[in-house]
Design a protein around this ligand. Structure first.
Ligand code: GDP
Length: 487
């Protein structure tokens, strides 16, 4: 049983603060607390805060006032006796309190051990434990809301009917096999197939939703690319609403990559402001250019910035050629506050001009670009084009909208558990789908039920692993090691 050892840890973040909390869980949590802290009256009331004095055991000297909340098993986070000692947030006092707890028989908690105990004692399932970590690590309110939904058990609830269907099929077939001579009704093949299809269809949707879920959980990266001096840094700052990157009128001075994170519709968006890409004149600049291309290729989305007050150049074409094969691409026709160069004057003309280059069907002359227009519009995925001014902010909100629309097309939170945010869950759902596909093939061929049963178990097992109904210790290790100590 987990509660035999009493664990202790500081549960508040490192550093000084108004308050600091030390948490104990296990059979001796309350006894250890009352041996170190003097209270006006004992026993401690459960789920009530009691003011006490933390006294050094050796000298009997009072060190701090403490507000202690005691939760008795099973009504606690871990389902064990659990005590939260809230002191002033002095790292010295908190550490000393932990040392005194250790001397009194507690053991230092491993990262995530309180939550691990909550899981092992059946208080929460594995998806909820993972949601607690995501909630703590959320950077935006939207991320926190998504984690909170999962913490309420949305994913487990979503999977439950599918598990029940599979269990039902398995049970019927086991019965059919075991009592083959008796009159146990065997399910019609058609019914088996339709049930398997229903589960597959739903799991498939969840797997597909991961693409968006991953973005919600991890955020996304946008590389800002363009010739020197087109306004990349200025645009970057506008998007961040801050003045962080160095802005200078001298070409090629933003040599290093600058990464900042902004909150775009609840999704953390990391901007990579790449070094001015041009034929590098020295080694430092060459390194900058190489790093830029690596960062561009790794990004989820690319934004090509073009100076609309100057003509389209060979360099712009070259960049576009390099970006085209890399995936999602946005083009900002920047400096829209200035008089546009004749080749950009008409919006649709600008669009066809850029589109022409994205299809690789045009040469960099405005005349040929115009004549290529029809060709280009037939293309399936031309880059999205936005007119912007980093100086006046014109077009910035449209740019933000387009970034979100391109990176996260299905942005609505929708029904609970509609999308998954965790790679582990996605991999297990895929494994379950494989089992279902095998089972479907077997059922289609009317194979012996005993063979079909194996496939059904293959489909069910990964679903159990998601919620932790069955689990392997090494998986728990991987999950709980990513928690902070004290959680
Ligand atoms: P980068 O080299 O592409 O990062 O370009 P910067 O952001 O450093 O900008 C180069 C110059 O263009 C600076 O003097 C900026 O103030 C100016 N600039 C940037 N964006 C705009 C814009 O939208 N309109 C105007 N008029 N000037 C801009």
């Amino acid at each position: 049983m987990t509660g035999e050892e009493t664990i202790v840890a500081i549960s508040t973040p490192p550093g000084r603060g108004g308050l600091g909390v030390v948490r104990l869980s296990g059979a001796r949590a309350i006894a250890i607390t009352t041996s170190l802290i003097q209270f006006p009256k004992l026993p401690l009331e459960t789920q009530r805060a009691t003011l006490g004095t933390f006294t050094e055991p050796n000298s009997g000297r009072a060190l701090d006032q403490a507000v202690v909340t005691c939760y008795r098993a099973p009504h606690s986070y871990t389902t064990e006796d659990l005590v939260e000692i809230s002191c002033h947030g002095s790292p010295i006092v908190l550490r000393h309190l932990v040392e005194c707890c250790l001397a009194a028989g507690a053991r230092a908690a491993e990262p995530g051990e309180f939550t691990l105990r909550a899981f092992l004692n059946g208080r929460i399932d594995l998806t909820q434990a993972e949601a607690i970590r995501d909630l703590i690590e959320s950077h935006t309110l939207y991320q926190a809301r998504v984690a909170a939904q999962q913490l309420e058990g949305s994913l487990s609830r979503h999977l439950k009917p599918h598990k029940q269907t599979l269990l039902h099929l398995i049970a019927k077939m086991e019965a059919g096999i075991d009592f083959a001579e008796d009159d146990v009704a065997v399910i019609a093949w058609q019914e088996i197939l339709s049930q398997l299809d229903r589960i597959s269809g739903d799991l498939q949707k969840l797997v597909q939703g991961y693409e968006y879920g991953r973005i919600v959980r991890e955020g996304l990266t946008l590389a800002i690319v363009g010739r020197p001096n087109v306004g990349k840094s200025s645009l970057f700052n506008r998007l961040l609403n801050e003045e962080r990157a160095i802005v200078t009128p001298i070409p090629g001075t933003t040599r290093d990559l600058v990464t900042e994170t902004a909150n775009l519709g609840g999704i953390p968006l990391r901007f990579v402001d790449t070094a001015g890409i041009r034929a590098a004149v020295d080694d430092v600049e060459r390194i900058g250019v190489e790093r830029s291309f690596a960062a561009i290729a790794d990004s989820d989305l690319r934004l090509l910035v073009v100076d609309a007050s100057t003509p389209w150049t060979e360099d712009d074409s070259r960049l576009l050629d390099k970006l085209r094969p890399l995936g999602a691409l946005l083009v900002a026709l920047n400096k829209s506050d200035l008089a546009s160069h004749p080749s950009w004057t008409h919006a649709t003309r600008g669009r066809s001009f850029v589109s022409a280059f994205t299809t690789g069907t045009a040469t960099p002359s405005s005349e040929s670009a115009g004549s290529q227009k029809e060709n280009c519009e037939a293309e399936a995925t031309p880059p999205q084009i936005v007119h912007t001014s980093a100086l006046t902010s014109d077009g910035i909100s449209e740019l933000k909208e387009k970034i979100l629309a391109l990176a996260a097309p299905s942005r609505d939170l929708g029904v609970e558990g509609e999308f998954i945010t965790n790679l582990r869950h996605q991999q297990l759902l895929k494994a379950s789908l494989e089992g279902l596909a095998k089972a479907r093939r077997a059922a289609g061929e009317h194979v012996h039920h005993e063979m079909l049963l194996l496939d059904l178990y293959d489909a069910l097992r990964p679903l159990d692993l998601i919620t932790g109904a069955t689990y392997a210790d090494d998986v728990l290790d991987i999950i709980f090691k990513t928690f902070c100590v004290g959680k």
